[in-house]
Design a protein around this ligand. Sequence first.
Ligand code: PLP
Length: 434
Amino acid sequence: MTIFNKRQQELAEQIDSKIGISKWKDWKWQLKHAITGLETVESSLGVKFPEQQRARFKETIDKFPMRVTPYYLSLVDPNDYQNDPVFKQSFPDPAELQVFAHDMLDPLAEDKDSPAPGITHRYPDRVLFHISNVCSMYCRHCTRKRKVGDVDYIPKKESIEQGLAYIRETPQVRDVLLSGGDPFMLSDEYLDWILWELRQIPHVEIIRIGTRMPVVLPYRITDELIAVLKNYQPVWINTHFNHPREITTSCREALAKLADAGFPLGNQSVLLAGINDCPRIMKRLVQMLLMNRVRPYYLYQCDLAEGLSHFRTPVSKGIEIMESLIGHTTGMAVPTYVIDAPEGGGKIPIMPNYLISWSTHKVVLRNYEGVITTYKEPDSYEPVFCDRNCEKCVLNLKLEGATEYPAVGIEKLLSDYDDTVALVPTDTERYTRR
Ligand SMILES: *Cc1c(COP(=O)(O)O)cnc(C)c1O
C-alpha cells in the first residue's frame, strides 16, 4: 500500500475534492490537473502573494506559461519555498522578462538545421527528432522556452511521416534521438507506431528517448509503457534530474522499472544559478543517480535563450564543479560538462586542465590531489600512415560493408588521407582582399 504524505493529500483535496488522493498515481489525472494558475500554488503553500508581486508573476506567465504536475509541486517545501529547487524550476520569476543583448530566441539554431519537420540534423550520424511539442510541466529553464505553451500539440501522423521519410532516405543516420517536448506525452499506441516505423529502417542502429517524466511525473512509467518500449531495443533513455531533492521514492520506482526492463539510463543536468551551482549538491546528485542505475551523461552550461539570464552561472562555476568530481568520486558519476554552442555549433566539452607540460619524451600531468607526475612516452612508436585502405593495413577493421564517411574538422586535419592543411574562415578581410 502506498503511503501518501500530508502535502500530497492536501494538494489532491484542493485540486479535486471529489476524487482526492485516490487518483494521485494516475498519470492522466496528474496531467489533467496540472497547475497553471497562481491560486493553487498559493493555497498549496499556504501563502498569499502581495498584490504587486502577483501582478508581476501574472505578467511573466502571460509571456512564458506555467504548468506543474501536482506530484512535482508537492515536493516543494512550503516553509522555505523561495529557496526551494523544485519551486525555482517550476514557478515563474519576473526576471524571465529581462532580455539582454546576447539572448537569442533559438540559441542552438535548431530551426535552421532542420531539413524536415521535427528533425534537427546537426551531427554526421545522428538526428534529433521532435515528436512532441508538449510537456507535463514547463521547466522555467527550458532552452526551447520560445516554444513553450504557444502551440501545445502532438504532431499529426502526416508530420511525423515526413520526419520518418527523412531518416529513411538518409543512410548516415544511425542514431535517432526522440525529443520534444516530452516524447512520453504521447499515448503508448502513438509511441508504439513511431518506434515500429523507426525499427523498420535498417540503418537506424539505436533509438534514444529524452524525457523528464521520471523526475516530474514518475507515474507515467507504467508497465504498459515498458511493454511497448521493450519491443524496440536497443533503446537508451536519458532523463533530467537537477537536484538530489528530486529523487523521491516514486522516482526510484520508475527508474528501477526502466533499468529492470533493460534500458540503459542516463541523466542530463543543467547548471542553474541558485539551484545546483554548488559542488556539494552536484556531487550528491550524481552519486544518488548511480544508486538508481542512472549514469550522469551531460552537465549543460545554461543556454543563451531569452528569459534564462537569471539562471546563468559563469563557466568557471562548471569547471569548479568538474574539479570537485573528477577523482573525488566514482568515475562513472562524472558527467561531461558541455556548452551547446550558438549557431548550431553543437556541444563543446569543457574540462579543468590535467596536462601541464610536454617534452618529446615525457608529459607532465597533475591529478585531483595536486600530485604532479610524469608519463614517459614510448621510445619507439611506428606510426601507421592511414589511407583508409584496411586491406593493406596490419590492423584489423572488418567493417562488413558498413559505410564510412569523410572526416570532418580537426579529425580531418590530423588525418593522412586528406590533404587539407588548414581550416580557414572565408569571410575575413584578408580573404576578401585576395
Ligand atoms: C545533443 C544533440 C544531439 C545528441 O548529441 P550526443 O552528444 O550524441 O548526445 C544530436 N543532435 C542535436 C541537435 C543535439 O542538440
